[in-house]
Design a protein around this ligand. Sequence first.
Ligand code: SAM
Length: 440
Amino acid sequence: MDKEVRNIKNSIKAISSEILNGENYSRDDFARSILNYPAMMVPSVQEPIIENLSHAIEGEVSLLDPFMGASNTLVTGMKYGMNVFGQDINPLSILLSQVKTSFYDVGELIDAEERLINRINSDKLNKIEISFANIDKWFTKNIQIELSKIYRAIIKEQSLKIRKFFWVALAETIRLTSNDRTSTFKMHMRTVEEINTRLVSATKTFSIVSKKNIKNISDFISILMLNGNIKRGKYIKKAEVVWGDSLSGIKTSKMFNLLVTSPPYGDNQTTVTYGQFSYLPLQWIPLCDIDNKIDLEYLRTTQEIDSKSLGGQIRGSINDIEEKIFEKSNTLKTFITQFKDVERKKAQKVTRFIYELDCSIDKMLPRMKSNSFLVWTIGNRNVNKQVVRNDLILSELFFSKNIELFTGLEREILSKRMPGRNNFSDTMSKESILIFKKND
Ligand SMILES: C[S@@+](CC[C@H](N)C(=O)[O-])C[C@H]1O[C@@H](n2cnc3c(N)ncnc32)[C@H](O)[C@@H]1O
């Protein structure tokens, strides 16, 4: 190992636990505040790692996040002037990421917000613009009327970029004003009493969220400008986000020298339901304003996005899957084969998830250049009251592909909303950050 690479390894190892545990960091910075997307990365955790690795990479850095979620990884890469490319299967992640990686003229946003609020206040129509199964279960009539006014006001905006910005504000408004509880990512209705006594206005919420988002994006643009990463009203490098299933492939011919990601931690039913979280907002946002390739099928039921995501579907025979994946990970084999009957059946969801994760890694590797780094943040979880060592399993998967662990760090998770009532999955308390190096 050459001296410079050894130095980088040492400086990553020296990243202090205060930084990793986010103790010096405000959770309300621009990157996390624009929409409360599930399981967001903490930028302050990624930042020192991304910064250190950028010194170990020769020439321009091109960063890939194949499970980009709220695109906090991409945003961190942009602070360091990197080319960034993100992919996600969830259309809400795409919309949010398109907004976060675009350059906005803050004056234009302020004018647009004023225009929208005037339009909403002078709209006297009671027409409801959207219809889907169970709309009355998830929204009171008054909220449906207010959301429809917001919808009509946004759709009148000429600029797609401006519409996208305010669709994100509408998504957050929907999260805060629907009858769905905000305390879980799964869809759970509030009690009837709560719904009847709640005083909530969609218009006021939309105005507050829009103003906050304008402030957040303006803070981000100021940082980019300060770092010299904006020239002539544009980000100096490439920032691209695409809608796509990373299990089928990475939808670009670009090559990357840095991959930073946090994949789902297990099957969707029992870990984080990104799709259910996105279901209600996506009913109110025209998908063609996000990407006209997005299939409406994705919104057919509340389960649809999750079932299409990693670990979401029963594909293939379990015996074949076990045979292939146990060969790569002895930790997984030992974990699964300790169970019998019902417990074994439950644990098989882990096998399927790991198998799909492994297949998706095979789709990413051809896009990674020689001497590239791959940073994976992954948490362990409990199944049948036993810990699934996702960190060891992931290292074994990479080892089977001749890619060795470069170094690793661990951090405590301060707050992560996991499905607590479900005995299949307990709350995670530690996350591992595993850094691999692809040599050839
Ligand atoms: C833990 S989140 C990513 C968090 C992100 N790094 C951040 O900073 O916000 C995992 C993401 O993986 C996405 N995902 C799940 N299955 C996928 C697949 N097959 N292809 C692409 N994205 C997928 C989910 O929609 C979710 O947004």
